[in-house]
Write a protein that binds this ligand. Structure first.
Ligand code: CMC
Length: 426
């Protein structure tokens, strides 16, 4: 017999189906609840709500597990490449050699953007935050690539996915170059995805630029670590925007806006600023006291889902050491502060009780700084890497036959109905 859950409300008993996935908690299907019992459920922040069915990413927050299409993130970070992970997220399986060669070609040969997109950048102030530029530039892609905005055409959906993955590094590098007042650098098809991005960011016409394999590998791994993370705020934003039938470029721009916040993708920039503000190891106790007094948060710590070490943070910490060594910054005082802060926090009752562990952003700032990026670029890099997750989730939603426009309900606590009062009688 099918498993059900019972809810008693207003003297009525409603029986609801229970659904079970491959892993994770069972889900009570409440879709008929309003129709059968005339009640809504209340879950601000969606702490207990599964908003969709998905086959892409699985997280077990208590055990610190993150799987993409079943593959553990640490194995992908060690053995795969970002583009292979992109294929995996989009198609559900690791590619054969032939499939990968075709996919790589599709991406590498579509990295250029329409020449007029470059003019679009000139409209921004030079001191604009690069995430502000990215919100605008990615949204504007729907004004340039009309031939892949028909969401009902599977081929166009795939073309826009390829375009977004291919062109995002070009746009991100332009946002960076624009803030520096340096000329835009065009992509080169013979370079890998990560090398190409680093070159578009750091090369100048006055000098030759050679890829550094250690730094390119680290960049690629950082992209893998940020590629997808199931139904987080920005991904849910992309799905909600897309549920109305909006085109994929507009939906990804919505995701970028949501990612920007300091509680989500903006945390890497905030975490580095925090480490800089602490400055030296001896100031850590005073800082930690401020966190306990609720004056501020320990950025790069805590997670809605992980109540254990974020598995991405483990890989990021290792990468951080490798990059600092490659650029000769092993003695970076911020690394010392981060390591000591982590040690203290992991043993302090305040953090232990609340299950607050380092998340992916705790070490990513130090690593990205060593790669040469200023803090305001950190969230842009997150957006670049997360684009594949967003677009894979968007595609999955559009291809789901049970998909409906997203439309949450509310618990209304405002005034009851009343009559309009003329201004002279108020
Ligand atoms: N520093 C200090 N206290 C914290 C922190 C923190 N970073 N995070 C949570 N807490 C406390 C919180 O005050 C609460 O305490 P109490 O129960 O006494 O009121 C308790 O821990 C539970 O926290 P919560 O606010 O219920 O947790 P949440 O699931 O709503 O928030 C979070 C998750 C990630 C928004 C939050 O931990 C946070 O703001 N962390 C700092 C920002 C950060 O690093 N974000 C990056 C997340 S990973 C990358 C990404 O996905 O974008």
């Amino acid at each position: 017999m099918a498993e059900t859950a019972k809810i008693q409300v207003d003297g009525r008993t409603v029986e609801l189906p229970v659904m079970r996935g491959t892993d994770g908690p069972a889900v009570v299907d409440i879709r008929k609840l309003y129709g059968d019992a005339d009640v809504f459920t209340y879950d601000p922040g969606f702490t207990s709500t599964a908003s969709c069915e998905s086959k892409i990413t699985f997280i077990d927050g208590d055990k610190g597990i993150l799987l993409h299409r079943g593959y553990p993130i640490d194995q992908l970070a060690e053995k795969s490449s970002f583009l292979e992970v992109c294929y995996l997220l989009l198609h559900g399986e690791l590619p054969t050699a032939g499939e990968f060669a075709q996919f790589e070609k599709n991406i590498i040969y579509h990295t250029m953007v329409h020449e007029q997109v470059d003019r679009f950048f000139q409209g921004f102030r030079r001191d604009a935050h690069p995430m502000a530029i990215m919100c605008g530039a990615v949204g504007a892609m729907s004004a340039f690539y009309h031939d892949s905005t028909d969401i009902n055409d599977p081929e166009q959906r795939m073309i826009s996915a390829h375009r977004l993955i291919a062109k995002m590094p070009t746009l991100a590098a332009r946002a960076f170059k624009y803030s520096r007042g340096q000329p835009f650098v065009y992509p080169r098809n013979e370079l890998s995805y990560a090398e190409n991005f680093l070159r578009m960011c750091f090369s100048v016409p006055a000098e030759d630029w050679k890829p550094n394999p250690v730094l390119a590998k680290a960049m690629d791994r950082i992209f893998i670590l940020h590629a997808d993370h199931e139904q987080n705020a920005s991904t849910s934003t992309v799905r909600l925007a897309g549920s109305s039938g909006a085109n994929p470029f507009a939906c990804i721009a919505a995701g970028i806006a949501s990612l920007w916040g300091p509680k989500h993708g903006g945390a890497n920039e905030e975490a580095l600023n925090m480490l800089k503000e602490i400055g030296t190891v001896d100031r850590i106790p005073e800082f930690v006291q401020g966190v306990k007094d609720r004056r501020y948060l320990l950025m790069g710590f805590g997670h809605r889902v992980y109540k254990n070490y974020d598995p991405r943070a483990t890989v990021m910490q290792k990468s951080c050491h490798e990059v600092l060594e490659a650029v000769g910054h092993q003695d970076d005082p911020l690394l010392q502060v981060a390591m000591e802060l982590e040690k203290i926090a992991l043993n302090d009752e305040f953090f232990v009780q609340r299950k607050l562990y380092p998340n992916v952003d705790f070490y990513s700032g130090i690593t990205l700084r060593a790669l040469g990026f200023p803090p305001e670029m950190f969230t842009v890099l997150f957006a670049l890497a997360r684009t594949v997750g967003w677009i894979a989730q968007w595609k999955e939603m559009i291809e789901d036959p049970s998909q409906k426009i997203g439309r949450p309900r509310q618990l209304y606590t405002g005034s009851p109905q009343r009559d309009y009062v003329a201004v002279d009688r108020r």
